[in-house]
Design a protein around this ligand. Sequence first.
Ligand SMILES: [Zn+2]
Length: 346
Amino acid sequence: MTIKFSRTQNESVYLDPRKDFEPKTVVSETRRDPLTGQISRIFPFRKLMLHQHDWTPFVEESKQKFCPFCPEVMERVTPKFPAPIAAEGRIRAGDAVAIPNLNPYGKHAAVVIMTDRHYVPMHEIDIQLIAESFRAGLIYLQRVAAVDPDGARYGSINWNYMPYSGGSLIHPHLQVLAEPEPCTFDNRMIMASAEYARNNKNNYWTDLVETEAARGERYLGKTGRAQWLCAYAPRHVGDVLGIMPGRRTIDDITDQDLNELAAGLINVIRYYASCNIPSFNTALYLARQEDEGFTAHVRIVGRFTISPLVGSDITHMQILHDDPWTVILPEVVAEEIKKEPLNQFA
Ligand SMILES: [Zn+2]
């Protein structure tokens, strides 16, 4: 086991105008991701408590506007897949429906309409909603991989919940993407996982789970076989990983896996709701059988705005320097999630 956790504590001194310009020392942290080495910055607030965010005006306004995903119009206004991908035009799994993305940003891009409901508040997100939607996404990935094996070698399933996460429509939907090459960050993880496997004759993700479970400070527990932990070097606020041991490709993931992933995600979403994080991004990362050392996993990060209604939590650091940051220590996030009264992690 050779997981290396590397951190630097930075002490900054300024003369504090709130204390008659006395010198004040403020501590921040720079951590390195144990897999990729990427820097993550933490300005640790002991407890993040945002203003309660009321989506009602946005939801009401969006209802007055046209929503292509609402059941009255969906069949008529959304595109259909060509027959080789879906003879029936659209891919259904329970209440979820996968359709082509009208504005594709990659070779194969689909959207999964997760439910008939135009708005699902955070506390009403349930296992079935997530599991069925991810299943529709997975079926789409399998179909495009069968039809276009070279053009759909790498796929991912993604969820932008509510506008702060970049979601353009309130109506809950997933973004599914399959392309010849992995996305930049995915590729970095795939390459680093392979390198780790070569150097250590072991799987990074298995070692990470073992190390984190032994240390305990960021480990959350299990939902079935899925293993959950807070990322050591967060990509954003409340960054949680759900690792699926022994799973790697689109063909490895079972319905049971999706239920277990959904159960874990709901625990994290409940935590977000408890500290008023109103929005989130989620990705299910997958790779190919030959990508030695990679393990399929889901990642979820909270999204918020510091000033209600305006502003953004994405700054020059992420956009122009590729350095993610957060304001909560992962160890504090883990503590808070485990304290949740409905916490389902075993
Ligand atoms: Zn709608």
